[in-house]
Design a protein around this ligand. Structure first.
Ligand SMILES: C[S@@+](CC[C@H](N)C(=O)[O-])C[C@H]1O[C@@H](n2cnc3c(N)ncnc32)[C@H](O)[C@@H]1O
Length: 414
């Protein structure tokens, strides 16, 4: 049997693990544990500068420890905080955002607001992604691994998706590798299948749902129903194609829209630049408040949806291009935005996109982020260009997981 170590866990690390120190001073990351706990661990990763351990014995439990609800918890990689009381999940996320801004961003004392909670902490996801095991069974990826853990349920998924999962059967050898399930307005469901074969698989359905297959070249085939879903947010209905991004927790997305409307200096003369606009979710609420809106989005499907969703506005323009390329073009045109809203993927802004944005010098930037580490990196670069962090608010878009959504406001000093 391999050696075990007794560790006192002291803080949260970003990524779902609690952090302690081994006797030799190295940091050890421990999943399924909490700060304040004393645990015995076996090392699963042993590097010169840090280690990772799995709990073999819980010696002293924290007061915030609760019983996880899902029988797959710990084996499925989708959830990281089911063993943490919800109030403690919210304080953990606030502390992690602060820690990332201090350590990576080098902000001495960032003003991080309390985390805005999700009204629903289970069943909140309108979209889940499942993978196929080599035996053809649907499931979720195991923690830090590509292995698929077969599953017939997910407690984070909205009820119509939970009802559907046990009925989904894909023939072994169908070539399908991933299945996205999404539910929209009126509980309409869309299945999005992705695979390695050029041609779609044979598909049969006994339910009233839509299904789309996308091949590796990006060609989409509608197998049943239609190729998009209607999604309703704050009374507006959005067209969302199978391949388009859309926020997974709509109640929290609504709170984020309200936050943007409350904190941005939007006036009938303001010029607004929106990078990474997706299908136009934020744009649809911001456009009526400003004189001009220029949006940028690289996904052709999302751009098509944007065109349909923002059709009513004559003062809205969309660039279908990578952000860095569109920014170069906008600079050449002499476009000078007053306000910029950015919502990049987890990787954050590329160097070229950040430099391009800084060259346009908007007076205020709202940065919507789903990764506090890349936000902190980009924030540090923005600070070097003269931007000041006014405030940052975490939104709990993803209860039971380590993922953290934030909106930060940045003001240009000069
Ligand atoms: C986190 S989503 C945000 C979408 C939108 N703000 C919303 O709330 O629905 C990020 C979006 O950025 C787009 N995207 C990814 N890389 C991009 C790039 N380099 N340039 C422009 N858009 C990009 C993706 O297609 C996606 O729609």
């Amino acid at each position: 049997m391999s050696e075990t170590y007794e560790v006192q866990l002291t803080t949260w690390a970003y990524g779902g693990e609690a952090l302690g120190r081994l006797e030799d001073g190295r940091a050890v990351f421990v999943p399924l544990a909490l700060p304040g706990e004393r645990v015995r661990v076996r090392l699963t990763e042993d590097k010169p500068r840090y280690a990772r351990g799995e709990v073999t014995a819980l010696l002293e439990a924290a007061a915030d420890r609760v019983a996880p609800r899902c029988p797959l918890y710990g084996r499925c990689g989708g959830c990281h905080y089911q063993h943490v009381a919800y109030a403690a999940q919210l304080t953990a996320k606030r502390a992690i955002v602060r820690d990332q801004l201090v350590r990576i961003g080098k902000f001495p004392d960032p003003a991080v607001a309390p985390t805005v909670p999700s009204p629903a902490v289970w069943g909140y996801r309108n979209h889940i992604q499942m993978h196929l095991s080599p035996e053809g069974r649907l499931g979720f990826r195991a923690p830090r691994s590509a292995e698929v853990v077969p599953a017939e349920d997910c407690l984070l998924a909205a009820q119509p998706l939970r009802d559907l999962i046990p009925h989904l059967v894909l023939e072994a050898g169908s070539g399908v590798e991933r299945v996205h399930l999404r539910v929209g307005a009126g509980d309409e469901v869309l299945l999005w299948l992705r695979g390695q074969r050029p041609a779609p698989p044979a598909f049969q359905v006994d339910f009233p749902l839509s299904a789309v297959y996308t091949n590796p070249e990006g060609a989409a085939f509608v197998l049943a129903g239609r190729g998009f879903l209607p999604m309703e947010v704050k009374g507006k209905v959005f067209r969302v194609s199978a391949a388009s991004f859309f926020q997974v927790n709509l109640a929290v997305a609504e709170a984020m829209i309200d936050h943007l409307l409350e904190h941005l200096p939007l006036t009938p003369r303001a010029r607004l630049l929106e990078l990474y606009s997706g299908v136009g979710l934020f744009s649809a609420f911001l456009a009526p408040q400003v004189g001009e809106l220029v949006a940028v989005e690289s996904s052709p499907e999302a751009c098509y949806d944007f065109g349909a969703n923002l059709d009513a506005f004559d003062h809205v323009a969309l660039y279908e291009a990578p952000a860095a390329m569109a920014l170069e073009h906008l600079a050449a045109q002499g476009f000078q935005p007053d306000v910029a809203v950015l919502d990049p993927p987890r990787s954050g802004l590329s160097r070229a996109a950040l430099d391009g944005l800084m060259a346009l010098a908007p007076a205020m930037v709202a940065y919507v982020s789903c990764d506090p580490a890349t936000l902190a990196r980009d924030g540090r670069r923005m600070a070097r260009h003269g931007y000041r962090l006014v405030h940052i608010t975490p939104f709990d878009m993803f209860p039971q997981t380590y993922h953290i959504e934030t909106i930060s406001l940045w003001e240009r000093r000069r």
